[in-house]
Design a protein around this ligand. Structure first.
Ligand SMILES: *[C@@H]1O[C@H](CO)[C@@H](O)[C@H](O)[C@H]1NC(C)=O
Ligand SMILES: *[C@@H]1O[C@H](CO)[C@@H](O)[C@H](O)[C@H]1NC(C)=O
Ligand SMILES: [Mn+2]
Length: 594
């Protein structure tokens, strides 16, 4: 079988692209040569061919296809390090178990930092974790050092534990070619812990200037602090990592290569897990490729890479397009990041920033890619009780952040967010004129384009929500109690409780399709109870049961499935034969706005 190598195909197409661009009349000529595509025996060639005539599609092969990685079966990649075996607690990513007498102090550190620092402190700052990459990753060859951009790693922290923070720094340096790391920028967002003061400054002297520390003079919040770090970065590429990460071998060149191919690529590593209690490293995804999406309330979700995308790739481990990403870990060209306005300065503290960045990257001519051969492990925090929320911050800041994203980038699709979160609609999201000006200046595409061409798999899982018919607090007329999820798990009954006007568990929506929901959850009848249900079926497809009708005149909520009505005696919620004169069955909806 004759098959051209990836780089050869890319070159061929680069030439082809120029020809089409310079001499449009050639296009017809190629168009008539059907066998041009068939010879390549690869589905993506056909697509590329189509794309060359389609102004609307991003150029998958980038402006510098000659920089693309090359897969050489059986030939170890040019950046694969030779690793000496190591031994010690936690080496190889295995769990660390404590003695019973250590438990109390360990629990104290969990409450303070969200991590078991007693376990973490036993592990070398230079420990090596597992190689969780797909097996074929070691056969990729990346451009030589001089052809790759340099990286500045920006790490924001506030009151972080010592060993988890410093292991992040050690890990970055231990797993990267030194020439590719311009600097590591630690941004201290106004910590007050002693170990992060002089001790930290002294400690990083050993890195001879490569690790820089900057401190904010007030709590700025994660998003703003990242931009402060990015501004002083000296590398070509900004790599954002959380302050409690460990990198898997050879994670960096695969990310930088994607930016060397197309400087407008937002390259995202695959995020592994580290257990907050034992520091055990695990591969979260196992044998599947996933990409980032969201439900319409902007809860971050992931879904398997759709066939349409997989078909574009010859090797399983090739980078693939993703609508968005989880937010904590990413690589982006510094210049491109600031051309896009960095993060919107109106997006504060935390939340929504990954959507903002992903949407504007896609809509303004870039690409968001997940890179299967770049794995970085992140410690998911345990039950921390010490708050790091900036004092005086708006309690609805995350909603405001989401509103700004919706208002600037989502065009008519912003309505779906407001249908899902109707209570936020009157919050003041501030001035967005600068963001709109960037959108105008960069001639960014519509959100519809983005949905149809990039996030086309999202509506299967999270369909555009139908309009609400009624929403808010649902008060029983006789007993003055409110419908309440009452912390029900899936399959468990929901109930009623005293109305507290705080929404949360008492905020329900009943839409024109007859679906009853609260937050992202759905509710269905089951004989004489109402139970919580996962809105997706076992295949992960949206599975609504539109069984509910609200009768505006008689104030009843009727289940068409059970032919019964919602009823309460003041403490229990049941389904009873409908009786329009029974006050136990009369409910009023009260819209409540933040
Ligand atoms: C309300 O109840 C009355 C009395 O049972 C009934 O006649 C009427 O049709 C009901 N209204 C609706 C909209 O079902
Ligand atoms: C009604 O609610 C009470 C407590 O709220 C519970 O103990 C009781 O089992 C419930 N009765 C029924 C019939 O579900
Ligand atoms: Mn984190």
């Amino acid at each position: 079988m004759v098959r051209l190598k990836y780089s050869a195909i890319a070159k061929l197409f680069a030439i082809f692209f120029c020809v089409v661009f310079i001499l449009p009349s050639f296009f017809k000529l190629f168009d008539s040569q059907a066998d041009f595509n068939e010879n390549e025996n690869h589905p993506r060639n056909l697509d590329r061919f189509k794309n060359s005539n389609n102004q609307d599609s991003p150029n998958r092969y980038g402006d510098n296809p000659e920089n693309a990685a090359v897969f050489k079966e059986g030939i170890i990649g040019n950046y694969e390090p030779k690793l000496e075996p190591r031994s010690g607690p936690g080496e190889g990513g295995v769990p660390v178990h404590l003695q019973p007498e250590e438990k109390e102090s360990a629990d104290r550190t969990v409450r303070e930092f969200g991590f078991n620092m007693v376990a973490s402190d036993k592990i070398s700052l230079d420990r090596r974790i597992k190689d969780t990459r797909p097996g074929e990753c070691k056969y990729w060859h990346y451009p030589e050092i001089s052809k790759l951009p340099t990286a500045s790693v920006v790490i924001v922290f506030v009151n972080e534990g010592w060993s988890t923070l410093m292991r992040t720094v050690h890990s970055v340096l231990n797993t990267s070619p030194p020439e590719l790391i311009a600097d590591i920028i630690l941004v201290d967002d106004y910590s007050n812990k002693e170990h992060l003061k002089d001790k930290l400054e002294k400690y990083i002297e050993r890195f001879k200037g490569k690790v820089k520390l900057t401190r904010t003079t007030k709590r700025e919040g994660l998003v703003r602090a990242r931009v402060i770090g990015a501004e002083i970065a000296t590398g070509d590429v900004i790599i954002v990592l959380d302050a409690h990460c460990e990198c898997v071998t050879n994670w960096l060149p695969p990310l930088l290569t994607r930016i060397a191919v197309n400087r407008k690529t937002l390259a995202v590593p695959i995020v592994d897990g580290i257990d907050w209690n034992t520091m055990e490293h695990t591969d979260i995804y196992g044998n599947s490729l996933n990409r980032g999406i969201w439900e319409w309330g902007f809860l971050y979700k992931e879904t398997q890479v759709p066939d349409k995308e997989s078909k574009m790739h010859k090797q399983y481990s090739e980078p693939y397009w993703s609508p968005t990403h989880a937010g904590g870990l990413l690589a982006i060209d510094k210049k491109w990041f600031f051309e896009l306005g960095g993060y919107d300065p109106g997006i504060k503290i935390w939340g929504g920033e990954q959507y903002e960045l992903s949407f504007k990257v896609w809509q303004c001519g870039g690409i968001v890619e997940w890179v299967p051969c770049s794995h970085v492990a992140h410690i998911y925090r345990g039950p921390r009780t010490e708050s790091v929320h900036p004092p005086g911050g708006n309690p609805h800041q995350t909603s405001i952040n989401h509103m700004r994203v919706a208002e600037v980038w989502m065009d008519e699709y912003k309505e779906y967010y407001y249908i899902r979160e109707p209570q936020i609609r009157r919050l003041d999201y501030g001035d967005i004129s600068e963001q709109l000006a960037i959108k105008q200046k960069l001639q960014c595409k519509s959100f519809k384009w983005f949905m149809e061409n990039i996030a086309y798999d999202l509506p299967k899982k999270f369909p555009l929500p139908p309009k609400n018919k009624v929403w808010g607090e649902c008060v029983n007329q006789k007993h003055r109690v409110c419908l309440d999820v009452r912390g029900a798990g899936f399959g468990q009954p929901i109930g009623v409780s005293g109305c507290h006007h705080q929404l949360g568990n008492q905020l329900f929506r009943l839409n024109v399709e007859g679906e009853l929901s609260s937050g992202e959850h759905c509710f269905v009848s089951d004989k004489n109870i109402v139970k919580k249900k996962f809105c997706l079926n076992y295949e992960g497809i949206w599975n609504p049961v539109g069984e509910w009708q609200y009768d505006n005149e008689n104030k009843t909520i009727k289940s068409s499935k059970e032919k019964t009505c919602l009823s309460t005696d003041g403490s229990n919620l049941t389904l009873e034969p409908c009786d329009n004169s029974n006050l136990n069955q009369k409910w009023e909806w009260k819209e409540i706005y933040y």
